[in-house]
Design a protein around this ligand. Structure first.
Ligand code: DCP
Ligand code: MG
Length: 365
């Protein structure tokens, strides 16, 4: 099968993840716990069997204990384990120390959990591997904790990389290594593949990334619905999700208040055209689109109506399309007479339009 996949993704992304985070902190603070199976959870005896395992050290993991398992089950697997209640204040404080280290290398940090973050270091003058090494060194020096780091050109690969050599490891995935790295993954390593999908894949005779990649997008869709598309691109190591380092805008919009109330549909459609033109320019400048168009209408009694139209995919960033959608919403809300003081149009459920023009779909297989 020929692979012509030129995504030309030039970003440099790191995924940093502390090893057995809560458990490692507790072992650091009480070294006696290093020798035993340690489970961070309420004790099943105290909680009438209701506790859930937050995490476990590697001794306990050897016995089959893992996150999200019931404490009662963990107790059966590891009867001699020490159960410790989580101390979130302590973990949050460590998390802040770690974040402060990340900030020395980039402001583009997406914190995913207390112990986990993506860093976009594309703009840094330093090599990605040097940054990874320095971060690991500083985390150890300042917190006495180990972490694992994945380095690649997108978030998916960076995350898979950090999982690859856990604990206390670094994995760099260069573009030329992507297809082999992904090919060698077990099917359960792919995002979104849980116990049920794993069974389904077993039924199809699919156990690894190479076999997954051999499946057509149609086969994947037929078996896994929308997940099928995600799996198709994962199998090729393609992922355009951005490191969400800023609080994302909720919406982008324009509105206009009128000195004299508008009473004719003709006036309304003219105003919608003006608003749509301004909004489209704004969206183009920001390279954004959205799945939802919202229209705000206020009449001279100060009654305000907000209505929206949501599509499966992004709306075209196009004056006529936006104007028509707004008019449609308006006509639906006002069939007879009206007296309008304010009109507004906005886009929400925003999406990045940045990659729209990249030809990554010209693939032959
Ligand atoms: N956590 C939790 N419940 C879960 C998963 C995680 O409470 N279902 C908490 C406990 C973990 C921390 O979040 O210590 C970090 O989650 P990770 O998934 O990164 O797990 P660990 O850091 O414990 O282990 P690993 O070495 O696999 O990263
Ligand atoms: Mg972790």
């Amino acid at each position: 099968m020929a692979e012509f996949l030129k995504t030309n993704d030039q970003r440099r992304i790191l995924h940093v993840d502390l090893d057995a985070f809560y458990a490692q902190i507790e072992m650091r603070d009480n070294p006696d716990l290093k020798k035993v199976a340690l489970i961070i959870s309420r004790d099943p005896q105290e909680s009438h069997g209701h506790g859930v395992v937050a995490t476990a050290n590697y001794e306990a993991r050897k016995l089959g204990v893992h996150s999200a398992m019931s404490a009662a089950q963990a107790k059966r697997l590891a009867p001699d384990a020490v159960f410790l209640r989580p101390n979130f204040d302590k973990y949050r404080a460590v998390s802040q120390q770690i974040q402060a280290i990340f900030k020395q290398y980039t402001k583009k940090i997406e914190r995913v959990a207390l112990d986990e973050a993506y860093l976009d270091v594309t703009d840094s003058p330093h090599r990605s591997t040097a940054i990874a090494a320095k971060i690991r060194h500083q985390v150890m020096a300042q917190t006495s904790l180990t972490c694992s780091v994945g380095v690649s050109h997108n978030k998916l690969l960076a995350k898979l990389g950090s999982e690859n050599h856990k604990p206390n490891g670094v994995t760099v995935i260069n573009p030329e290594d992507v297809l082999d790295f992904i090919g060698n993954l077990k099917i359960a390593d792919f995002r979104g593949v849980g116990a049920r999908s794993e069974e389904k894949f077993k039924g199809l005779g699919i156990e690894n990334g190479y076999q997954l990649r051999a499946l057509s997008i149609e086969t994947l869709r037929a078996n896994f619905g929308k997940m099928g598309d995600h799996l198709y691109w994962q199998a090729r190591g393609v992922h355009f999700g951005r490191v969400m380092w800023q609080r994302q805008r909720q919406s982008v919009g324009k509105e206009e208040t009128f000195d004299y109330p508008l009473r004719q549909r003709q006036q309304i459609s003219q105003e919608f055209k003006k608003l749509a033109t301004k909004l489209v320019t704004l969206l183009q400048n920001k390279q954004l689109s959205g799945r939802t168009i919202n229209v705000k209408i206020r009449d001279d009694q100060y009654r305000t109506i907000n209505r929206s139209l949501t599509k499966e995919g992004a709306w075209p960033v196009d004056v006529e399309a936006v104007q028509n959608a707004a008019q449609q919403i308006f006509d639906h809300a006002f069939e007879e007479e009206f007296s309008i003081r304010l009109l507004g149009i906005s886009f929400s459920n925003l999406q990045d339009n940045h990659y729209q023009n990249i030809s990554l779909f010209d693939q032959a297989d």
